[in-house]
Write a new protein. Structure first.
Length: 178
């Protein structure tokens, strides 16, 4: 086997990415404090054709050197917007008929592998603060809570890792019609 060169990967340029059909999925970052985590979410969102990212509360906004370090230009390709209050945004999106999913360990959460999408439905996932998680008022307003099964000693995954796991799973379900 031979590793492929970047020029052999057939990736889209930024303008073509913006014109390409996206999966009907939005990411909401609820008070994310790490600039590296924010950049990683941008990069993962680019990889899986995510429609838009909302940055809420204390979540920093591009341009920022530390976000760019991990985003590697994805802040230019993925649409994003800052909204101060996460709950206000969630209520607005629900009024627009999106289904809102908090990624959180909660009563009656659905394990990620058991969550089925409706391919004709648009969704928004909420990723929470590194220490406190998704705000309770946002969890309460969500249509679903999805939990990533974990089997070790730790209580949670890093937000950028969690986002990657969830986006890949949902992308597969939309893109490959699983």
């Amino acid at each position: 086997m031979r590793k492929l060169k970047n020029s052999e990967l057939g990736r889209l340029n930024v303008e073509d990415f913006k014109k390409t059909d996206k999966i009907p999925l939005i990411v909401i970052l609820d008070n994310i404090r790490s600039l590296n985590n924010i950049g990683s979410v941008f990069r993962t969102s680019d990889a899986f054709l995510i429609e838009k990212i909302y940055l809420c509360g204390i979540t920093a906004q591009p341009p920022h050197k530390e976000i760019h370090k991990t985003a590697l230009g994805a802040t230019e390709s993925v649409a994003w917007e800052y909204v101060e209050d996460t709950l206000t945004l969630v209520e607005k999106l629900k009024a627009e008929k999106l289904k809102v999913i908090s990624i959180e360990q909660a009563e009656n959460s659905i394990m990620l592998q058991d969550f089925s999408i409706n391919p004709n439905q648009k969704y928004a996932i909420v990723m929470g603060n590194e220490v406190k998680g998704v705000q309770q008022k946002v969890v309460s307003a969500s249509d679903y809570c999805i939990e990533i099964p974990q089997f070790g000693t730790k209580h949670s995954l890093n937000i950028s890792v969690s986002c990657g796991v969830v986006l890949w799973d949902l992308f597969k379900k939309f893109y490959f019609k699983q």
